[in-house]
Design a binder for this molecule. Structure first.
Ligand SMILES: [Fe+2]
Ligand SMILES: [Zn+2]
Length: 404
């Protein structure tokens, strides 16, 4: 399966047609008609010569910023015969030379920042049985196939991997591919969902239906990528996984009830989770996380674990109404995608975006699951995209998730 949103074009070949000096900025006119404006202070700061130091490389980056005048200005600026922007700085004639592709990829115009931002593919019931999927064996063998699988996870927030060995180490193999191994938690690394007589507070170890939720959304940093790996499916066709795109839910909420959307993206709630002798967690966060431009970048849904509201008096009643509206949308059944994971299949999904649940079943069923950190997935993904020369994919600005 391929994706429409793939941004695979190599960002090369940008040509500077003209530059215009302004009082504190340099205007760059590009071959494709786009115009960038770079402040002199920004250009001077981004000199990566041996004296100034490459980004992140050394203490020079701190010293240079402190020594640099905020009123720094060029003595001269020109496009040399190799097409590079070359600036000679006042007062010391220090020379900086910029690769045009490097410069264009960092143009901070609103349009270019928007273009670099990852655009998730929002989905709902219309996805039907077109479940994003990839062959795990091919992904292990071939880096281009692996990147395609990772792009599905990036864009849809989930991917089903086929041909994962239905053995205990299968989950570890998936974790090693999309991250750096299974993350440790207070209940260990790999958790086995099997029916247990003494399930206690662990709903997953029963045969019951589990309503949509995200895992441990009550953490300050919720768990990142969830992996389910099927060892044994139920015989009765129950125990199906269902997934809901939290971003779609948020956009529906924004359209239907802007006040509720606004409150849930602005008001910090307190969460509590306790399993006596095992977990004692208190944290806080917002249900909907937005980026600086107001795009939804995360949804957490730890409503079961809400603490008593501890907010401004005026907000108490509106927040209750907003939470009820959100629950109504999530439980409506209007947004679910449902499928039965078969032995040898693994599902990986973004726990900062998707909600998941399962239908009830009878008899036996064995799913093993674990987590990898979201940052580690992004790191593996970027390194792979870079190795394959897919620079636009490697440089894409990914949503930070359900943080803050
Ligand atoms: Fe869960
Ligand atoms: Zn320099």
């Amino acid at each position: 399966m391929s994706t429409a949103a793939s941004t695979s074009s190599l960002e090369a070949g940008h040509r500077i047609v003209r530059i215009e000096r302004e009082a504190r900025k340099l205007r760059v006119i590009w071959g494709d008609g786009h115009q960038s404006v770079f402040h002199y202070v920004w250009l001077r700061d981004n000199c990566a010569c041996a004296q100034c130091g490459e980004a992140g490389s050394s203490q020079l980056r701190i010293d240079g910023l402190l020594k640099m005048s905020l009123d720094v200005a060029p003595l001269s600026a020109e496009v040399d015969r190799n097409g590079r922007l070359t600036v000679s700085w006042s007062p010391d004639r220090h020379v900086t030379s910029f690769d045009p592709d490097w410069l264009r990829a960092r143009c901070y115009s609103r349009a270019e920042r928007e273009r670099r931002r990852h655009k998730p593919i929002h989905w709902g019931k219309e996805l039907g049985n077109r479940i994003p999927n990839a062959d795990f064996a091919a992904a292990v063998e071939d880096e281009a196939s692996r990147l395609e699988a990772m792009i599905l996870l990036r864009d849809y927030g989930f991917v089903v991997l086929r041909n994962v060995p239905p053995t205990p180490d299968g989950l570890e193999k998936v974790a090693g591919m999309i991250g750096y191994g299974v993350r440790d938690t207070y209940y260990g690394r790999v958790f086995h969902i099997k029916v247990e007589d003494n399930a206690g507070l662990k709903l997953s170890s029963t045969q019951s239906t589990i309503l949509p939720h995200n895992d441990e959304g009550w953490r300050a940093v919720p768990l990142g990528i969830v992996m389910f790996h099927c060892i044994e499916a139920s015989r009765d066709g129950g125990g199906q996984n269902y997934l809901i795109d939290g971003f779609r839910i948020c956009e529906v909420l924004r359209a239907e009830d802007p006040e509720a959307f606004d409150l849930l993206s602005r008001v910090t709630l307190k969460f509590e989770r306790s399993i006596p002798g095992e977990v004692e967690m208190r944290s806080e966060g917002k249900i909907i996380s937005l980026d600086a431009e107001g795009n939804v970048v995360g949804l957490r849904y730890p409503i079961r674990f809400r603490g008593p509201l501890d907010i401004d008096e005026d907000l108490v009643e509106p927040v209750y109404a907003a939470i009820r509206k959100l629950i109504g949308l999530i439980n409506s059944g209007d947004f679910d995608v449902t499928f039965l994971l078969q032995p040898g299949e693994a599902l990986a999904f973004d726990n900062h975006r998707l909600l998941h649940g399962r239908t009830g079943f009878s008899g036996r069923r064995h799913i093993q699951f674990g987590y990898v950190d979201r940052d580690d997935f992004h790191l593996q993904y970027r390194m792979l995209a870079r190795r394959l020369g897919r620079h636009a994919d490697a440089d894409i600005v990914l949503g930070r998730g359900a943080l803050a």
